[in-house]
Design a protein around this ligand. Structure first.
Ligand SMILES: NC(=O)c1ccc[n+]([C@@H]2O[C@H](COP(=O)([O-])OP(=O)(O)OC[C@H]3O[C@@H](n4cnc5c(N)ncnc54)[C@H](OP(=O)(O)O)[C@@H]3O)[C@@H](O)[C@H]2O)c1
Length: 260
């Protein structure tokens, strides 16, 4: 199976890195230096012609920015067949919009990734058009599973996914920034505070994932009565905090609906 990419930017590279057989990949990219960079780093076949990818690949990742989708679609739509699958990672492009742009013949899969894909720890939500065979969805799950976690959902959940895992890296980084600033106020050097905050965020997520422990018992377990964490939580655990987080996600989901 030849795997194609339309656009070879940051997100495409994150997916490419997780593909075992780089010899089976062909990527179309406008920027000549980028083509040279990826050919050198991964030994992949690069072209400047999206039509060449549409002719050769059976599974094709659409990884250009939203404003470039129409130009790519105009070039490849006449070439796509029912044997091919187009996997779009473009934010806000619904399956209905993809069908209008790329035609009714090609199988369609829509993915909402996040930027942690670039660190091989992404979160990808996957949805597909009704006619897309389950085997094609499985193949995409396998590829993206090499670059992090995957979940197959109904498209109606995609605004919520966009708000939570799509935009989530910025929210967690903002929390980290607040922790670093708090550490600096207590006298730590910024780089030390950043290491402490980041490793704690990373380690907590890793422990929770590996243990599968429920969140409330975990929090209560760390909060020994009369201890330091309990003193901190007494400040943090006020209704306003969760209200702000809920409003943050609701605003992002609303914007996702407006952009779709
Ligand atoms: N970054 C994220 O966290 C994130 C999260 C979720 C979804 N996404 C989605 O992922 C997609 C890719 O994002 P990205 O950050 O990887 O973008 P990016 O780094 O800008 O990559 C897109 C690449 O495609 C190239 N390109 C554009 N039109 C082309 C054409 N006709 N033929 C060949 N190459 C073409 C661009 O070249 P030029 O620069 O010359 O245009 C650019 O190098 C976006 O649609 C975005 O919505 C991103």
């Amino acid at each position: 199976m030849t795997i194609g990419f339309l656009g070879a930017g940051k997100m495409a590279e994150g997916i490419l890195a997780a593909i075992d057989d780089k010899g089976a990949v062909v990527m179309a990219e406008k920027v000549a230096e980028r083509r040279a960079e990826l050919a050198r780093a991964y030994g992949v076949d690069m072209t400047d012609d999206v039509a060449a990818v549409a002719r050769r690949a059976s599974l094709i990742f659409l990884a250009v920015r939203p404003q470039d989708v129409d130009a790519v679609a105009a070039a490849v739509k006449p070439l796509l067949t029912a044997r091919q699958t187009l996997v779009s990672i473009v934010a806000g492009k619904t399956l209905a919009k993809l069908k209008a742009a790329f035609g009714a013949k090609v199988n369609l899969i829509r993915v909402m990734p996040n930027l942690a894909l670039r660190a091989n720890a992404g979160m990808c939500a996957i949805t597909a058009s009704a006619k897309t065979p389950a085997a094609k969805i499985k193949a995409v799950e396998k590829i993206l599973g090499g670059a992090g976690a995957t979940v197959v959902l109904k498209e109606k959940d995609f605004d919520a996914v966009t708000a939570l895992s799509g935009s989530g890296p910025a929210y967690f980084a903002y929390m980290e920034e607040a922790m670093v600033e708090g550490g600096v106020r207590l006298g730590l050097k910024p780089d030390v505070a950043r290491l402490l905050a980041e490793q704690t965020m990373f380690g907590t997520a890793k422990f929770l994932r590996e243990s599968g422990m429920a969140l409330r018992p975990f929090i209560e377990g760390v909060c020994t009565k009369g201890g330091t964490t309990a003193a901190g939580m007494a400040e943090l655990d006020v209704p306003a905090f969760k209200q702000i987080v809920a409003a943050t996600l609701a605003a992002a989901a609303r914007r996702s609906r407006e952009l779709a």
